[in-house]
Structures are given as structure tokens and as C-alpha cells.
Design a binder for this molecule. Structure first.
Ligand code: I3P
Length: 120
């Protein structure tokens, strides 16, 4: 599965609140492949037209993209009911206690990401 997701880091690896300065929202092209959710920045700098079917995450991943990749094995995705500033936001808790808020472009997309992440 892939699509645009906007990410906010809420808690870091040890479960500690992500400090100010690193809590902003950032837009990515997200790809769920195997047990990894790749959050790619470099996708947007590639020249259009760039059909989603031609997309090859392994080939196009930059170092920064690898750093932003999230292991979703044993992660839990839920609707972010306690977050009301933005629409269609899901909460992703990873097995290493990180917490991300991920905003999808629509309710349907949000539900689809939750379903797919929890299947891993
Ligand atoms: C954060 C940024 C986020 C905001 C967050 C700020 O600042 O403005 O948009 O979250 O508030 O800390 P920075 O980019 O300097 O990290 P919201 O959009 O949810 O308000 P928070 O600390 O209350 O999470």
C-alpha cells in the first residue's frame, strides 16, 4: 500500500515525549512494504510524471528515507480519537514505544492504513 501521509512525531524510541523543534508535521510519500513503513521525502523531488506503479522503494530510497522508515511489526494503529486539530489522523505506536500521528488525505485512506498496518 502507498500514498501520501503527513507525520508528526509524538514520542521517541524510549517512549519519551518528542522534544519541541521536532514535533512539526511533515509530508511524506508512504509505502508499506513487508514489515516496514517507508516514509519518503525524495519521492517528491523526482520529476513527474511518476506513476505509482513504476515506484520502486528499494531503488529510490535515500539515506534520510531509510532513517525515517518505521518498523511496523507488532505496532498498533488506531484512530487518533484524542487529537482533534486535524482530520483523518491515525496514531501509530511501535514496538519500541515510538508514537507517530499520521494524517491521511481522507477518512477512507486513514481506515485503510490502520487496517493494513495492523495486518503486519
Ligand atoms: C511543534 C509544531 C506542531 C505542534 C507542536 C509544536 O513545534 O508547531 O505543529 O503540534 O505542538 O511543538 P516544532 O515544530 O517546533 O516542534 P500541533 O500541530 O499538534 O499543535 P505540541 O508540542 O503541543 O505537540
Amino acid at each position: 500500500k502507498h500514498g501520501i501521509l503527513t507525520r508528526k512525531s509524538h514520542a521517541d524510541m524510549d517512549g519519551k515525549r518528542t522534544p519541541r523543534g521536532r514535533r512539526g508535521w511533515k509530508k511524506f510519500y508512504a509505502v508499506l512494504k513487508g514489515m516496514i513503513l517507508y516514509l519518503q521525502k525524495s519521492f517528491f523531488s523526482l520529476s513527474p510524471p511518476y506513476g505509482q506503479d513504476e515506484y520502486k522503494p528499494d531503488k529510490d530510497l535515500s539515506e534520510v528515507d531509510l532513517k525515517n522508515a518505521v518498523r511496523v511489526h507488532h505496532a498498533l494503529a488506531t484512530r487518533a480519537c484524542d487529537y482533534s486539530k486535524r482530520q483523518n489522523v491515525l496514531k501509530l505506536k511501535t514496538s519500541d514505544w515510538r508514537v507517530f500521528l499520521l494524517q491521511a488525505p481522507s477518512e477512507e485512506e486513514m481506515m485503510s492504513w490502520i487496517f493494513r498496518i495492523n495486518l503486519v
